[in-house]
Unconditional design. Structure first.
Ligand code: NAP
Length: 360
């Protein structure tokens, strides 16, 4: 595989820092540009991040002295240095939408963590194990943007990254009709640590702005199909969600209830989960977990602290599968929100796009 030069937009933030650590020794991608707001532009990465560094490993030495660009003002300079960019800027939706389109129109593919373009019908929102075929809308998007190479591809919200993978193979076999998910979300999902979010200690906050809507709607796009150059959402599934912020550093847990057209047997579900793999595994993408869904028989697992790092934080852990008196089944699942749920998921998506030739 060719080596690609990449930029990180929003490099100083929580997700940006994750990108930096994940890309430090990446076999296909080399970081050649870092960008953030005008507050950070012109400063070295080390200086601009300062005490905000929240990763367990040190800042990559190859990046610490790199001088940050202004993500908006310096696009032309960045364009000369990169083959594509990852985007994780925390900005108002309209601004991030416009910024990502500006990059795409400069012929720089954008792989984004942001929600701004998730609803755009010709922007693919991809979990590589689930809907890799949605890449085909990129041709229509390029035609709309008037680009040869530039496009935007996004990953889905971190909240649903645990339960959609677990429901997906069951949906195919049993016909999912309804799901209810209560999520217990880590503070890094808000870009926070215990130092910067002391109000979460000994507490639960029963509201995360916009999260329940995303948790209910985005799965329907992931399960949609491509028709005339746009993605048409799934209409046969109804999802309802409640999202809580809990005192956990990393790892979003979900308690899930599901109903199907055809009632599944518990042991059959475990077999389906054990055997489930997708294009990420078949193409042997460097960041793909070997086993996507890990099932725990112990009734006190998965636990965020013990299980979030499985397969480099790229796998999903599932447990407590049992029949339910109102729905057909219920279970608990967990995924690492800044790895699989954010930067890691975006790196995996970029690997899929590179493997399919979209970065050339
Ligand atoms: N944290 C998660 O688990 C997670 C998961 C999925 C998606 N996301 C999404 O990813 C994005 C980033 O999240 P985060 O948690 O990393 O946020 P964050 O820690 O607040 O970082 C924000 C980043 O955006 C940059 N930024 C802010 N205003 C900007 C501007 N006007 N122009 C260019 N860059 C600007 C900041 O640069 P300065 O340092 O210069 O201010 C910083 O690099 C958000 O949209 C978030 O919703 C986060």
């Amino acid at each position: 595989m060719k080596n690609y030069k990449v930029g990180i937009i929003g490099a100083t933030g929580m997700v940006g820092q994750r990108f930096a650590t994940l890309l430090e020794n990446h076999p296909w991608f080399t970081v050649t540009a870092l960008a953030a707001s005008s507050r950070s532009a012109g400063r070295t990465y080390k200086d601009a991040v300062g005490s905000r560094w929240a990763m367990k490993t040190p800042m990559p030495a190859s990046m610490s002295e790199m001088v940050l660009f202004d993500a908006t003002e310096d696009i032309d300079k960045i364009a000369e240095l990169v083959d594509f960019v990852f985007c994780a800027g925390n900005m108002p939706k309209a601004e991030i939408k416009a910024l990502e389109e500006m990059y795409a129109k400069k012929e720089i593919p954008v792989v984004s963590n942001n929600s701004a373009h998730r609803g755009t019908p010709d922007v693919p929102m991809i979990v590589p194990e689930i809907n890799a075929d949605h890449v085909e809308v990129i041709d229509a998007q390029r035609a709309r943007l008037g680009t040869k190479k530039g496009f935007i591809a996004v990953k889905s919200n971190c909240s649903l990254q645990s339960y959609v993978p677990a429901l997906h193979p069951l949906k195919e076999v049993y016909g999912l009709t309804e799901a209810l998910a209560c999520t217990y979300q880590a503070i890094s999902g808000a870009g926070k640590t215990f130092e910067t979010m002391p109000e979460i200690v000994d507490n639960i906050i029963p509201f995360i702005g916009g999260e329940e809507e995303k948790s209910e709607q985005e799965p329907l796009k992931l399960w949609g199909h491509v028709e005339n150059g746009v993605i048409v959402n799934e209409t046969g599934v109804s999802i309802t969600a409640q999202c809580f912020r809990v005192p956990v550093s990393d790892g979003h847990t979900a308690a899930v209830f599901a109903r199907f057209e055809k009632k599944p047997e518990i042991e059959d579900i475990k077999k389906i989960w054990a055997e489930f793999k997708g294009p990420a595994q078949e193409l042997e993408l460097p960041s793909a977990p070997k086993q996507f869904l890990h099932y725990f028989e112990e009734d006190n697992r998965p636990q965020a602290k013990l299980d979030r790092e499985i397969e480099g934080g790229m796998a999903v852990s599932v447990g407590r599968l049992r029949p339910d008196s109102q729905y057909d089944i219920k279970f608990v699942c967990l995924s690492h929100n800044t790895l699989r749920g954010a930067a890691g998921g975006a790196v995996l998506l970029a690997e899929l796009l590179a493997a399919k030739g979209y970065m050339d």
